[in-house]
Design a protein around this ligand. Structure first.
Ligand code: PAP
Length: 357
């Protein structure tokens, strides 16, 4: 964890002192199973009662609360669900992995903190994004705050507190039910999300797990077996909630952000209750945020070339191509047909479309 970067902006992101660990989840090692290290005997017993499939980067994915998840993520999610107390004004950024989480964190952090850290003069005032990876500025519930069954003290965080999660809506909803708590969901088309996931997993997976070949990963993906999947249930869960309660859940699409970032920044800012003023627009604040958080800008920063943020994975793997439709370079015609008909089948009639060419 890049705690040093967190120290440089104490008001926005104080260090999270860990209060205590969940008794149930303490200690216990299972030899030869890296993904079970540190899990209690009772917890492993519970895992053994869950359906499981071959994991992408750990030995297994388990079916927990209706979605596929790694053992340590389950441990963290249980701690989160038991202990997290939301406050009015909390902001939760939600994605299925590889949908543009890093980008959404950068944009939201910059919007919410723009009066403390002016994006227009980001170069001279040393904006936190220039020295910290977005994952260090907006922590995940399951990979950082509640990882290892920890229970963090979040009382010192400045409002609005901003968090992130990959947990599907059904498993998040009870934790965010106070009025004023807002959720922003970023969705990316399932084809690119798959390709991005496949590259990332093979870059960061542990050496004890054999590489996942594209064909095998594709089959797992189409069967819904991917972290926090099935992808269609993840996307539709947030989509339906955004239709039901647009003041609570904002649903954005990666492709829309790529096409017109400034319009989407204004939408995001208004949703968060901090619309851009005319003066800000005149001063070029919207464009400055778009530029500061752009793929090209973030990728070239030293912190994103050489440091590690989430779970000790190298930041550079979070910035691969950042393009729309890279999947055309990888999928065979029969794979395109299979995924297309799955998408038609699962999303048909929902109103959620992806504009795939
Ligand atoms: P995470 O869910 O594990 O945090 P996430 O950030 O969602 O990962 O996914 C990384 C993808 O977002 C990469 O896509 P690619 O593999 O197709 O290239 C990455 O390039 C892309 N990405 C990261 N930052 C940005 C950005 N600022 N703008 C656009 N795309 C970005």
């Amino acid at each position: 964890m890049a705690t040093s970067s967190m120290k440089s902006i104490p008001m926005a992101v104080p260090s999270f002192s860990m209060c205590h660990k969940l008794e149930l989840l303490k200690e216990g090692k299972s030899k030869g199973q890296e993904d079970h290290e540190g899990l209690s005997y009772e917890f492993q017993e519970m895992l053994n009662s869950l359906p499981k499939e071959r994991g992408w980067r750990t030995r297994y994915l388990y079916l927990f609360q209706g979605f596929w998840c790694q053992a340590k993520e389950i441990q963290a999610i249980m701690s989160f669900q038991k202990h997290f107390q939301c406050l009015p004004n909390d902001v939760v950024l939600a994605t299925i992995p590889k949908s543009g989480t890093t980008w959404l964190k950068a944009l939201t952090f910059t919007i919410l903190n723009r009066h403390r850290f002016d994006p227009v003069s980001s170069g001279t005032n040393l904006h936190p994004l220039l020295t910290s990876n977005p994952h260090d500025l907006v922590p995940f519930f399951e990979y950082k705050l509640y990882a290892n069954g920890d229970v963090p003290d979040l009382s010192g965080l400045a409002s609005p507190r901003t968090f992130a999660t990959h947990v599907p809506f059904g498993s998040l909803k009870d934790s965010i039910e106070k009025p004023g708590v807002k959720v922003v969901y970023l969705c990316r088309n399932p084809f690119d999300t798959f390709i991005s996931s496949w590259h990332y997993i093979n870059n960061i997976k542990s050496e004890s797990v054999s590489p996942v070949l594209l064909d095998e990963a594709f089959d797992l993906y189409c069967r819904g077996v991917i972290g926090f999947g099935p992808f269609w249930e993840h996307m539709l869960g947030y989509w339906r909630e955004s239709l039901k309660r647009p003041e609570k859940v904002l649903f954005l699409k990666y492709e829309d952000l790529k096409e017109d970032i400034e319009t989407n920044l204004k939408k995001l800012s208004s949703f968060l209750g901090l619309p851009f003023t005319e003066e800000e627009e005149r001063k070029g604040v919207v464009k400055a945020i778009a530029d500061l958080c752009s793929f090209e800008n973030l990728k070239k920063l030293e912190v994103n070339k050489s440091n590690k943020s989430i779970k000790n994975f190298e930041n550079r793997f979070l910035f691969r191509k950042g393009e729309v439709s890279d999947w055309v370079n990888y999928l065979s015609p029969s794979q395109v047909e299979r995924l297309s008909s799955l998408v038609d089948d699962k999303f048909g009639g929902s109103g959620l479309t992806f504009g795939l060419s």
